[in-house]
Structure formats: C-alpha cells, structure tokens
Ligand binder design. Structure first.
Ligand SMILES: NC(=O)C1=CN([C@@H]2O[C@H](COP(=O)(O)OP(=O)(O)OC[C@H]3O[C@@H](n4cnc5c(N)ncnc54)[C@H](OP(=O)(O)O)[C@@H]3O)[C@@H](O)[C@H]2O)C=CC1
Ligand SMILES: Nc1nc2c(c(=O)[nH]1)N=C([C@H](O)[C@@H](O)CO)CN2
Length: 240
C-alpha cells in the first residue's frame, strides 16, 4: 500500500508539532514545514518526520517547499495550513508591512501551495479511492473582527474565503474545510489576568488543549461529505 502523506505547515511548535507527532505515530508519513529550529523539530525528525525549513514571507522558499513535496510525494492525503503569525496591529512595522506580512503567511502561501499541490491531492483520491483533505486553520475572530489584531483577522478571513473557492474547484476528489479555534492553548507569556478574561469569554470557561484541534482534524479526515465548511472550536462564545 503506498504511503499516505500528511503535510503540516508551521509544525515546529505547539499545535502543528503535536498534530505531526500524532499522525506520524499513527503510521502516516508526515512532512512538516518549520521556520525556527527547536528541539521539537529534532524530535519529529527522529520519529521519521520529513522536516523542511521555510519562511513563507519568501515566495522562493514557498516554491522550494512545494518542489520538495513534489519530489518526494506521489500523492497527498491531507495538507494542513497551520503556519501563522499572530501579529498585533500595534508593532514596529508600518501599516502597509503589517497587512502585507499577514496576507503573505495566511493567504499567499496557502493560495500558491493549494494550486501547485492540487494534482497530488487529487492523485490520492484516484490511487486510494478516498477523498483527500485541505484544512485551513482560521480563527473564531473571522466572524467577529478584532480591535488589536485587525490585519491578522482580515487575513484569516481571506483564508476562510479560499476554503469556499477551493472546495468548489476540487470537489469531489478533495474536501476543503476550516478549523476555527477561539482558544486551544495560551502562550507561556500570557499573564493570569489575560487568561481569566479570555476564559470568561466562553460559556465552557476552559482551555481545551491541543487534543481538541487534533480531534477536529480526525473528524474532517474521516468525513466523506463535509466540504466548504468550518468547525468552530470556541467553547460557546456565541451563546450568552
Ligand atoms: N493557539 C490558539 O489558541 C489558537 C490558534 N489558532 C490558529 O491555530 C493554528 C495553530 O496555533 P498555534 O500552534 O498557537 O500557532 P503558532 O503561533 O505556534 O504558529 C505556528 C507556527 O507558524 C510559524 N510561522 C509563523 N510565521 C511564519 C512564516 N512567515 N513562515 C513559516 N512559518 C511561520 C511559527 O514559526 P516560528 O516557530 O518560527 O515562530 C510557528 O511555529 C494557527 O493557525 C493559529 O492561528 C487560532 C485561534 C486560537
Ligand atoms: N498563530 C497564532 N494565532 C493565534 C494564537 C497563537 O498563539 N498563534 N493564539 C490565539 C489566542 O488563543 C486567542 O484566540 C485567545 O487568547 C489566537 N490566534
């Protein structure tokens, strides 16, 4: 049986790292992109994960990653666009650069990779008789906007719109869906006040952890029907 290849971007830490580890342990062949080298990358490499360093701010590096995947994979079971830069609007960059950087990592890179790797996604469906999957990691704030991360939110909204276009273009061989967390895990630098304020925003009032996101990916890969949609992981932020 040919390998089932799973591509996960931005997997040098946090959710992408845990997702890559889970799927490699299940017998898939995982390919990751990472930007900063961390011990987690060495750990994944030791497990047999193919790790490729890339900064999606650079189009040539996006192309290089695509060519690496095309060289080593005859088909792709799933491509998870997880790489993300949670850049606040209040930063040292110009307004122009802030929006450009957000659009580059959250829209330009997925747009180019989806088009260039679509033949390998379709090939999985034809070789294995099961749909392939594109998963876009978006964000709860796509539907709400943000006071402090406007450029980030707008770029994630554009990514969510790509889901509608690619799901139409690639059906029925490839399903395309969003996973929109409100919170999976805090960052180490988040103080207690911020954590408490954030937890109070949802009726579940909890930090779900990475397994919540992994279970969402599991559901999408197991589905034979869902496409062009969003799995909302927000603990009931929309209910009072
Ligand atoms: N964590 C949460 O609670 C929430 C997460 N999400 C979304 O879920 C996904 C996973 O979240 P999380 O694990 O916290 O994400 P991270 O903030 O850990 O980002 C994932 C990775 O993306 C990489 N990355 C950032 N910019 C670039 C770039 N220009 N080129 C290549 N890689 C880049 C980072 O690399 P480096 O290590 O070099 O910085 C990082 O390792 C993200 O898409 C996020 O937006 C949405 C809402 C809540
Ligand atoms: N790339 C990232 N995007 C987001 C992160 C993150 O850590 N990296 N974190 C959040 C928060 O969880 C926020 O939703 C609540 O604190 C949002 N996006």
């Amino acid at each position: 049986m040919p390998q089932s290849n799973i591509i996960i971007t931005g997997a040098g830490q946090r959710f992408g790292y845990h997702l890559a580890k889970a799927y490699q342990q299940r017998g898939f062949q995982v390919y990751i992109s990472y930007r900063s080298h961390r011990p987690q990358v060495d750990e994944l490499q030791a497990m047999g994960v193919d790790c490729w360093q890339v900064d999606f701010q650079n189009d040539d590096e996006i192309q290089g990653f695509v060519e690496h995947i095309q060289k080593h994979c005859s088909s792709i079971r799933a491509l998870v666009h997880n790489a993300s830069d949670w850049l606040p609007d209040n930063n040292d960059l110009s307004l122009t650069e802030t929006l450009a950087r957000m659009l580059q990592v959250h829209v330009q890179a997925p747009f180019q990779m989806n088009h260039l790797l679509a033949p390998l996604l379709r090939a999985h469906s034809q070789q294995h008789g099961q749909c392939a999957d594109l998963i876009h990691m978006t964000d709860y704030i796509v539907d709400k906007g943000s006071k402090k991360h406007m450029a980030y939110a707008a770029s994630k909204a554009a990514l969510a719109n790509l889901t509608l276009s690619f799901s139409s273009m690639l059906a029925p061989d490839v399903k395309v869906n969003n996973i929109a967390p409100a919170l999976l895990k805090f960052n180490d630098y988040d103080d207690q006040a911020y954590r408490l304020k954030t937890l109070k925003k949802s009726v579940m009032e909890k930090e779900p952890g990475w397994q919540e996101g992994i279970a969402a990916v599991d559901y999408l890969l197991a589905s034979v029907y869902m496409t062009g949609r969003t799995l909302h992981l927000d603990g009931g932020r929309n209910v009072s």
